[in-house]
Design a protein around this ligand. Structure first.
Ligand code: SF4
Ligand code: SF4
Length: 401
């Protein structure tokens, strides 16, 4: 009985995607996301969490002399978040925080005339070309999957739950990944490194809003979304964007774990991508760099399991689960977001260099122990001083990341 029920919960490409869904699987309630809990749960919410959120938006008044936490570091971080923040706040009078709590509604109407896009494959190829032209780093397409949709939504503003808002009729999901700046991420923990996160989201918003509007102009429904309606990582895995890492993040072959994800839900008929595997799971099994590097021990050790830390973990999926309470607590104590687990990950490389692309291939082979040893030996993953970034010349434009 138990095996049959488990099989029914797993669908055909779950195994390729690396999902193992168990009997006690339950869809996730957005209210339990640790960032949402910071607004209503007294075990998380405090004066410090209020200060944490407010420093991203209010006129700057909290900085320190310490390297990476100066007025300039915070100024840049907040500037990088600015576009994303404007869009998130724009409909707050309607009890919506779009992009983080609620899907975007900042679109014009769907065109009356629906264009013929040819075959599903032709339509997918064109949509990917458009997404890349809008600045997406990676694009993949998969089907709507109710299991990864929040079963209930939650408003930070009014503190109320409401039904999920993406209809099943939007049966295709275009997943986009935006790269984050390699040099900024190397300075984590710092306020400067938060600029990588902020710019990732600001660019993410531009890509998903523009792509959704393009599709709507062709006469198909489309809704743009960032972290607001569903669990992005399972969708990205299904769409072939990357593999799941021990630090609970997606690892991609082009940018490693240094990405932000967005989605566009649409009823345009599209061909789907398949999950990919390039040796991440096997590498994570021998690597402990994120587990050891996390200052609050929020990242698990050992094999994937069904253990959960608290209500901010989804139930009934065998995987590596991070303790979101510990993680967010560290962010609040630092007064900025943390990505140490991204910085130290051996997959965090600048893959525009052929040597790193070769290293990526070797890490997926029996040479993975050697590659891990070499990574440590060569000092990858060590923190760089933010002041060095300020002193150095900018070598790359955003599109070169
Ligand atoms: S973001 Fe920082 S605190 Fe959170 S899991 Fe990663 S290393 Fe740990
Ligand atoms: S640091 Fe190592 S164990 Fe952690 S996600 Fe990266 S490769 Fe996997």
């Amino acid at each position: 009985m138990s095996t049959e029920r488990t099989a029914r919960k797993n669908n055909s490409n779950d195994l390729e995607a690396g999902f193992e869904i168990l009997d006690d699987f339950a869809r996730f309630d957005q209210k339990n996301d640790v960032f949402r809990r910071a607004w209503w749960d007294d075990s998380i919410k405090s004066k410090k969490t209020e200060l944490f959120y407010s420093t991203y938006r209010e006129p700057l008044k909290n900085w320190r002399k310490a390297d990476g936490y100066t007025q300039k570091d915070y100024a840049l971080r907040n500037a990088a978040w600015h576009v994303s923040d404007i869009l998130t706040e724009i409909n707050k009078d309607e009890d919506r925080r779009e992009g983080f709590s609620d899907a975007f509604t900042l679109q014009t109407s769907v065109a009356d005339k629906q264009i013929d896009m040819g075959t599903e494959r032709q339509a997918s190829d064109e949509i990917k070309k458009i997404a890349l032209s809008f600045g997406a780093g990676l694009v993949g397409i998969t089907n709507y999957d109710k299991r990864w949709e929040y079963n209930k939504k939650f408003s930070d503003l009014s503190g109320t739950s409401r039904p999920a808002e993406i209809p099943h009729a939007l049966n295709n999901v275009i997943v986009v990944a935006q790269p984050m700046d390699y040099e900024w991420v190397r300075t984590v923990p710092s306020a400067l490194s938060g600029s990588a996160t902020g710019l990732g989201y600001s660019h993410d918003a531009l890509v998903v809003l523009s792509l959704a509007q393009y599709i709507r102009n062709l006469g198909y429904e489309a809704t743009a979304s960032m972290n607001d309606t569903s669990l992005a990582i399972p969708y990205a895995i299904k769409a072939g964007i990357g593999e799941y890492g021990k630090h609970g993040l997606l690892i991609t072959p082009k940018y490693g774990p240094r990405i932000r994800l967005g989605k566009v839900y649409t009823n345009m008929p599209l061909a789907h991508d398949q999950p990919i595997a390039f040796g991440v799971k096997e590498f994570c099994e021998i690597c402990r760099r994120c587990t050891k590097g996390c200052p609050v021990k929020a990242i698990p050790d050992g094999p994937p399991s069904t253990a959960i830390h608290n209500q901010s973990n989804i139930r009934g999926v065998r995987k590596w689960s991070v303790d979101g309470e510990k993680c967010f607590g560290f962010w609040v104590s630092q007064n900025t977001d943390c990505s140490i687990c991204i910085r130290v990950c051996p997959y965090n490389k600048d893959y525009s260099h052929w040597l790193h692309r070769l290293g990526l291939r070797l890490a997926g082979t029996g040479l993975r122990h050697f590659m891990l040893w070499l990574d440590v030996k060569l000092g990858y993953g060590e923190r760089k001083k933010s002041s060095l970034w300020w002193q150095g010349a900018r070598k790359n434009s955003w599109s070169d990341l």
